[in-house]
Design a protein around this ligand. Structure first.
Ligand code: RUB
Length: 329
């Protein structure tokens, strides 16, 4: 369990960042945990898997793609058990874990293809795409568009306090894409003065009402998009959907340690209160569409598309919720 806890700490500390990377990393560590398990009995491993799931779920809130991954594995195993299929538990964690990772990776490639089409092939004016933070899915769209020969440049925000915008800038420049970086508070100025044509952001979570949760500053960018009449798209696999929101559960917004903000400020007054919310909500009214593996549509349709594409996950969530004592997830 100690190795699993240090893996979870890498998520908490942002050594592993971005919802998709976090989900893939957590699932791989979950598989490794099952394989390291000394006790041969399925009962004891099952109990420890439930604890391991909780360790990851608490490593960062606002990460349904990670939680859905663990639910996918546990739900499939439970389903097999109910069908009377007796299995080697560690092996099944590996099989279902790898299946989830494959689904997530395939979604990313599909989204990259759909999203790239939003950037015109032969634009007479230089096309400008603006983004915020670092989203590996947005990055995949832009890299795909570049591969297809589409001409554009990118405006990226620094994204304080962790400067994930630098990851975006570095990765895009490595692919030969022109990037202009601005401080977060210049996002409106940049949209207006640098001629932003399209805004694409990632997502950490999507609710049943079509609200998107993403890095703090995303709502601000959405308001800029609204004011400047710029289309704003959210690039997200359906697996970021939190099925619990359809039953009245809230997706929590992670509040991070305030030291991340003032660590290099020696003269911070003792009495000063600092807050460090990691994410914020973007109302569906500000979203032109979500770019998903099932196509591009309004964010309010994520719930029904999730049910259609991943009925197993929707059912697993419901059955597990009703059997909390037996399967406390
Ligand atoms: C990252 C962030 C990203 C989403 C989507 O925040 O908000 O936009 O996680 O990422 P943090 P992806 O750096 O705090 O994790 O598209 O890679 O899933």
């Amino acid at each position: 369990m100690d190795r699993l806890k240090s893996a979870a700490l890498k998520i908490t500390s942002l050594e592993i960042q971005g919802a998709t990377n976090i989900a893939i990393y957590a699932v791989k560590e979950f598989i490794a945990f099952a394989q390291r398990h000394k006790d041969e009995s399925n009962e004891s491993l099952w109990k420890d898997l439930l604890t391991a799931e909780q360790v990851f779920a608490r490593s960062r809130s606002t990460e349904p793609a990670m939680r859905n991954g663990l639910l996918f594995i546990l739900g499939k195993i439970k389903h097999d058990h109910q069908q009377g299929i007796e299995v080697n538990l560690a092996k099944m964690v590996e099989i279902y874990g790898n299946e989830y990772i494959s689904i997530l990776k395939a979604s990313k490639s599909q989204i990259a293809k759909y999203g790239a089409r939003l950037i015109p092939k032969n634009s007479s004016e230089p096309f400008v795409v603006q983004t915020h933070c670092h989203s590996s899915i947005v990055e995949a769209i832009l890299v795909e568009a570049k591969k297809q020969g589409r001409q554009f440049k990118v405006i990226s925000t620094e994204t304080r306090p962790f400067y994930q915008g630098r990851i975006t800038a570095k990765k895009l420049i490595d692919h030969g894409i022109e990037v202009i970086q601005v401080v977060d508070s210049a996002m409106r100025w940049a949209a207006r003065n640098l001629g932003t044509d399209l805004i694409i952001i990632g997502a950490d979570a999507v609710t049943s009402e079509g609200t998107v949760l993403n890095k703090i500053g995303s709502r601000l960018l959405a308001l800029v998009a609204h004011e400047e009449h710029i289309p704003l798209y959210v690039a997200t696999p359906l697996l970021k959907y939190n099925p619990g929101t359809a039953f009245g559960n809230f997706e929590k917004i992670e509040m991070r340690d305030t030291v991340e903000i003032y660590k290099d400020w020696d003269e911070k007054p003792e009495q000063l209160k600092i807050l460090n919310p990691a994410f914020e909500t973007v109302n569906r009214l500000y979203i032109s569409g979500v770019i998903t593996e099932a196509g591009i549509f309004p964010s309010g349709q994520v719930h029904s598309n999730f049910q259609q594409v991943y009925p197993f996950l929707q059912n697993a969530y419901q059955s597990i919720e009703h059997e909390e004592l037996e399967f406390n997830i």
